[in-house]
Design a protein around this ligand. Structure first.
Ligand code: ADP
Ligand code: X2W
Length: 294
């Protein structure tokens, strides 16, 4: 390492100090999307970043997705993933697969990776201690209101006691987005929705959604760095936002309106995107603001 390189590295580390002071002691909810967790090197980088956050006194809470991983297993049993406005149509066989993939493989892989890098991560689903209560969700489409998409849940309530207890004792919660209904039945909930609600309930300092695109794009493909709820309504109405971006953006808006100080949609394909977002002035995606001022 020559002198200039060493100087640059030291400057970058020093740049982090005010952010560490600002965020130490606060909670950051990180939504780790299934599309962002495909490359082994990026997954390692993500795990190291989350552990580093914890070691400097920030409390990361991870909510993960796993849409592509669910699709892979569905394909193996001869089924296709079907989505309505970014929500998976979930019959009972699909629900079993969702629970197997999210609560099993994906959850344990992330938890184990965090632990390998020195964290104390514990994987849970909303069925643990019944901490995410859900009820059946229906979808309104331009063609029809109240479309039934099976065992898909909307969050009815989140009891944050379990998560707060884990955080207080030094653990990193890793949450799979599965809720529980009144009869103890499982509900498939979009991970963006769980991350948004959890951030609200925990009064998180930040909600960071990591995905596989540089952020929210306009029709020409330009990155929109700052978005207000009014602008987002326009982008939904004219079809610029569609598919998997719909649950993400509406959860981000809800969180921003309901007191989460900063909500970001960032590119999980950028190595150490989390550290760049939290500890530098360099934005790596779109920020969603609660009010109407850009
Ligand atoms: N205007 C838009 N800007 C960016 N991405 C968009 C937009 N509209 C739709 N998308 C889609 O949303 C996807 C992200 O959602 P999703 O596939 O559910 O990711 P994740 O697994 O991270 O939740 C992008 O890869 C992109 O295909
Ligand atoms: C109802 C619904 O859509 N549930 C999602 C849950 C996983 C998820 O949200 O994964 P990503 O974050 O990777 O998209 C699904 O079944 O795919």
């Amino acid at each position: 390492m020559d002198k200039i390189e060493a100087g640059q590295k030291a400057a970058i580390l020093a740049e982090a100090l005010p952010y560490i002071r600002q965020f130490s002691g606060s909670t950051i909810v990180i939504k780790y999307g299934g599309n962002a967790m495909t490359d082994p090197a990026l997954k390692e980088g993500f795990a190291k970043d989350v552990v580093l956050l914890k070691l400097v006194g920030i409390h990361p809470v991870v909510v993960h997705g796993g849409g592509p991983q669910i699709n892979d297993l569905l394909n193996k049993v001869g089924k296709e993933g079907v989505f309505v406005q970014g929500m998976r149509v979930t019959d009972s066989e699909t629900m079993d697969i969702v629970e197997m993939v999210l609560g099993g493989h994906v959850n344990k892989e992330i938890t184990s990776l965090l632990n390998q890098h020195g964290g104390r991560a514990v994987g849970i689903t909303g069925r643990d201690s019944h901490f995410i209560k859900a009820k059946k969700m229906f979808i309104n489409t331009p063609e029809r209101n109240g479309v039934d998409i099976g065992q898909v849940g909307q969050v009815e309530s989140i009891d944050t006691g379990l998560i707060r207890g884990m955080v207080e004792h030094g653990y990193i919660p890793v949450v799979a987005p599965i809720g529980v209904g009144r009869q103890g039945e499982a509900f498939n909930i979009n991970a963006d929705v769980v991350a948004g609600k959890l951030a609200e309930e925990l009064r998180a300092e930040k909600l960071i959604m990591m995905t596989n695109i540089s952020g929210v794009l306009d029709k020409e493909g330009n990155l929109l760095t700052n978005l207000t709820p009014a602008r987002i309504d326009e982008l939904i109405a004219d079809g610029t936002l569609h598919g998997g971006m719909l649950p993400k953006i509406s959860s981000a808006v809800d969180a921003a309106i309901n007191g989460v100080k900063a909500t970001h949609i960032i590119d999980g394909r950028v190595p150490h995107a989390l550290l760049l977002e939290i500890f530098t002035n360099q934005g790596v995606g779109s920020m969603i603001l609660g009010g109407d001022e850009p």
